[in-house]
Design a protein around this ligand. Structure first.
Ligand code: SF4
Length: 237
């Protein structure tokens, strides 16, 4: 398991919890708008603590132990955490310290999600559904497989834990695409629409679509109102 960094506190990433975020290193997707591009290659950036302090030599569990009683939850994000075979051991260690765990995943490893769920190792899951199934590889790279995302979605639909679907409304998604995604996900507890932000790093070949005009917040609100009748809860932003 390679840990790329920690955000020491967040009030936004784990619904109802004060949490920190642990970023794992590596992701087989290649989303053109990725904001964590330095975590996409499998290279080890070493351990660092982001967000106001850096402690050379500090390890993850020393940090987490120091936060017992101060934080309620730990978000395990990436990169893509489910690509790591030792994720269950990591999460088990976090839960033994008394934290609740939220998993952020792109849905590429349904077997790993199944293992975590069947051992009650996660309390909340945020699943990215990034595009209509037929446009997945165009937006997320050739190694993205929409079938695995659909399998992960079906796993979550059968379980009684908190979960949500997230979609970044990037410039190459329009209202028609959002309707298609709506149909493919069906009823979900929460569908979170993340407004697009230009990534700090991107490939030169992606410059046109990275810089393309995206839907405004007002436009997203209008699209979401039309789809609210299908979904119990759409959160924009
Ligand atoms: S799945 Fe997430 S980490 Fe991986 S390339 Fe896409 S946005 Fe980046």
């Amino acid at each position: 398991m390679r840990i790329a960094g920690i955000q020491k506190t967040t009030l936004l990433d784990f619904p109802g919890r004060v949490a920190c975020v642990v970023f794992t290193q590596g992701c087989r997707y290649d989303c053109y708008y990725c904001h964590n591009r330095t975590m996409v290659p499998g290279t080890n950036l070493g351990f660092c603590i982001q967000n106001s302090f850096s402690v050379p030599g500090t390890d993850l569990f020393s940090f987490l132990t120091s936060r017992v009683g101060l934080l309620q939850g730990v978000v395990v994000s990436g990169g893509e955490p489910t690509e790591h075979e030792d994720l269950p051991e990591l999460v088990d260690g976090i839960k033994r310290l008394g934290f609740e765990v939220k998993l952020d995943t792109n849905g590429s490893s349904p077997m790993m999600v199944d293992e975590l769920l069947s051992h009650h190792l996660v309390d909340y899951v945020a699943l990215d559904v990034k595009a209509p199934w037929n446009r997945y590889r165009e937006i997320c790279g050739v190694r993205a497989d929409p079938d695995t995302v659909e399998q992960t979605l079906h796993l979550l639909q059968r379980l009684d834990i908190g979960w949500e679907v997230r979609t970044t409304v990037c410039p190459t998604l329009d209202e028609y695409d959002m309707r298609k995604i709506s149909r493919q996900i069906g009823q979900v507890p929460t569908w979170r629409w993340n407004p697009y932000r230009i990534p700090p790093l991107y490939k030169k070949s992606d410059a046109d679509r990275v810089m393309a005009t995206c839907a405004s917040a007002e436009t997203l609100r209008k699209w979401s109102i039309k789809l609210q009748v299908v979904h119990r809860k759409i959160v924009v932003g």
